[in-house]
Ligand binder design. Structure first.
Ligand code: NI
Length: 263
């Protein structure tokens, strides 16, 4: 697999990718080569989000070899076990070196309509764990905006709604809770009208840059295996939509990530 070269990369140290999955098997065979090149593409830090306790171990393994890769641990709605929430193992993983968040957690009614009630119970239990441990939550919401919002309003965690796909109205409600909005490759897609409206209403102080690598590569890399170096294209799009210099976009969003995750 060829690593996609990024033309005009971000300046060194300019970027924190707040959401990636470098443990994904699509990186097999070139993971270490790619991770060792990210610094030259402006990436200072990455948060690798586990989707269950097995992938948490893989994310820890990456952290050991590449200390700029921080960790989030949690059960993704597609990967949660078919039983009532039991967070004992997850809780013990939270004390591992490099863990800065509970994630990725949330609701996904696109892939899994059969377990909606169980998804809510797992999501709620993990939100409570995040609050108990004073860790931010990294939240996944796919076609479940109303239920996600009502559980976030109930528990008011610190954190981010990643790869935000709701309306500008929903975004404003999330801001009221005090949370951040994760903006990634979708913002650069030609048909992303709603996402552009969302970016217009969001203050830069509440935006986090993210990839969701290996998924959702921004234009002009759409369809390729995504990596954190590509985030500069997302930052450029935000700069264009908000009419703010790119340096300002990079500086403020990086600071947001540092404040939220304490890195
Ligand atoms: Ni993800």
């Amino acid at each position: 697999m060829d690593i996609v070269e990024v033309l005009n990369p971000a300046p060194r140290g300019a970027i924190i990718d707040t959401h990636a999955h470098y443990d994904d098997e699509r990186f097999n065979g070139f993971r270490d080569e790619l991770l060792s090149k990210l610094g030259d593409m402006g990436v200072e830090a990455v948060i690798n989000c586990a989707v269950d306790t097995v992938s948490a171990k893989r994310v820890f393994d990456i952290r050991e070899r590449f200390p700029f890769c921080y960790c989030a641990v949690g059960f993704h709605p597609e990967n949660m076990p078919d039983c009532e929430p039991n967070l004992e193992e997850l809780k013990s993983l939270c004390s591992h070196d490099g863990v800065v968040a509970i994630g990725e957690i949330g609701l996904d009614y696109y892939w899994d309509k059969s377990r909606m009630e169980l998804q809510k119970r797992w999501f709620e239990a993990q939100l409570m764990l995040a609050n108990e441990l004073s860790l931010p939550a990294i939240v996944h919401d796919r076609e479940a905006h109303a239920d996600t919002l009502s559980l976030l309003q109930k528990h008011k965690p610190k954190g981010v709604v990643h790869c935000f796909s709701g309306s500008a109205e929903t975004a404003k409600e999330i801001l009221k809770i005090g949370m951040y909005i994760g903006v990634g490759g979708v913002a650069t897609f030609k048909n992303a009208r709603v996402m552009r409206e969302v970016i217009e209403v969001l203050p830069l102080e509440r935006i986090l840059l993210e990839t969701d690598a290996p998924y959702l590569a921004p234009e002009p890399y759409r369809g390729k295996v995504c990596h954190s170096g590509m985030i500069i294209r997302v930052a450029e799009k935000i700069s264009e939509i908000k009419n703010v210099p790119i340096d300002e976009v990079l500086k403020i969003t990086k600071n947001n990530a540092k404040v939220l995750f304490g890195i």
